[in-house]
Design a protein around this ligand. Structure first.
Ligand code: MG
Ligand code: ZN
Length: 336
């Protein structure tokens, strides 16, 4: 099927979020996808999932309890879709607008009993064979309280290039294809989009260019719009719209690449809905009256959008664990 796979996760991006984004600004990239499905998001121990259990389900095909990162309900480590991609000798990358060690990206590369074990998750990242990491959270790699390890130093010693926003402008960064790299966008959490964070679209382009040259077997890239969730937890429409706009710009980059390349599957989904968002009576296009029922997550199913070779697998209604199965099928049935 597809040579390359790009998985976009809009954290907290349910159907109301997508409706609001499209009504607020028609021409949203998701309108260009030919295949739509729905996934139900429950965790093993709670109908209302958190980001850790939901990401673990999508990354590994196993339901787990809330808070768990890449482990099953007995806390045993699980094989992830990144392991499957590496088994196919594909290049792999992660690009997020939270810290790298935050629940969503963590579940794809780390195995820990709790999402709050940030330093242990960072150690798992450093031990992984991922080719490219872009996101915040440098402090968990090199100013740790649980041990004296300096993971950035260990990575450099292993030949991994380490960059950060202090000294390297990501818009000019041109990482060598022969070398794995990590780019820290912040010491802790990157800024919200409305406060000026703007790297996601450019970094998506950088990631596609870099990973595309890194392996003849193609690449698997995870991109997360991490802060859509936070804006909805805070019940803040303005912040929400700016996060969706940022996510859409990144999506456009990937979509344009996939349509040119014709050998890339793009899948866009969420881990759960956040805020119980509603488009209230009185709403007009571009003048929406958004309301929220909670500061937490809800149990609504979330949409799945797919485009490119293998996209038809994503039609229908299924559990979040099926995302792993479907992606695995695509990765394992590439043309020889
Ligand atoms: Mg997240
Ligand atoms: Zn959340």
């Amino acid at each position: 099927m597809a040579k390359n796979v790009i998985l976009f996760i809009g954290d907290g991006m349910g159907l109301s979020q997508i409706s609001a984004a499209i009504y607020n600004q028609p021409g949203f990239s998701l309108e260009r996808f030919p295949v739509i499905g729905f996934q139900s998001t429950a965790a093993a121990d709670d109908l209302i999932t958190d980001s850790a259990a939901a990401a673990t389900a999508m990354a590994t095909g196993q339901k787990t309890r809330n808070n768990a990162i890449g482990v099953d309900t007995l806390l045993q480590p699980l094989t992830t879709i990144f392991d499957v991609a590496k088994g196919q000798e594909m290049a792999t990358g992660v690009l997020v607008t939270s810290t790298l060690v935050h629940a969503t990206p963590a579940a794809f590369l780390a195995h820990q009993s709790s999402r709050s074990l940030y330093e242990q998750i960072a150690s798992d990242f450093a031990a992984s064979d991922v080719d490219m990491l872009i996101g915040g959270g440098r402090q968990y790699f090199d100013r740790r309280s649980s041990d004296d390890r300096v993971l950035t130093g260990e990575l450099k010693a292993r030949g991994v290039a380490v960059y950060d926003y202090f000294s390297n402008d990501i818009f000019r960064l041109n990482p060598k294809t022969e070398t794995p790299f990590i780019y820290f966008t912040a010491d802790n959490q990157p800024l919200p989009a409305f406060q000026g964070r703007d790297y996601l679209p450019a970094a998506t382009e950088l990631a596609i260019n870099y990973l595309g040259k890194r392996s003849p077997q193609g690449f698997f890239l995870l991109v997360e719009g991490s802060q859509i969730d936070w804006s909805c937890h805070a019940n803040q429409p303005e912040s929400f719209f700016s996060e969706m706009e940022d996510f859409d710009q990144a999506l456009k980059v990937a979509l344009d690449f996939a349509l040119r390349d014709k050998n890339t599957l793009v899948v866009v989904t969420a881990d759960h809905e956040t805020g119980g968002m509603a488009l209230n009576p009185g709403s007009k296009h571009r003048r929406l009256s958004l309301a929220f029922t909670t500061n937490g997550h809800t149990g609504s199913m979330v949409p799945v959008f797919a485009l490119g070779p293998g996209c038809e697998l994503f039609r229908g209604i299924y559990e979040n664990t099926a995302i792993f199965e479907k992606l695995k099928k695509v990765l394992e049935s590439k043309e020889p």
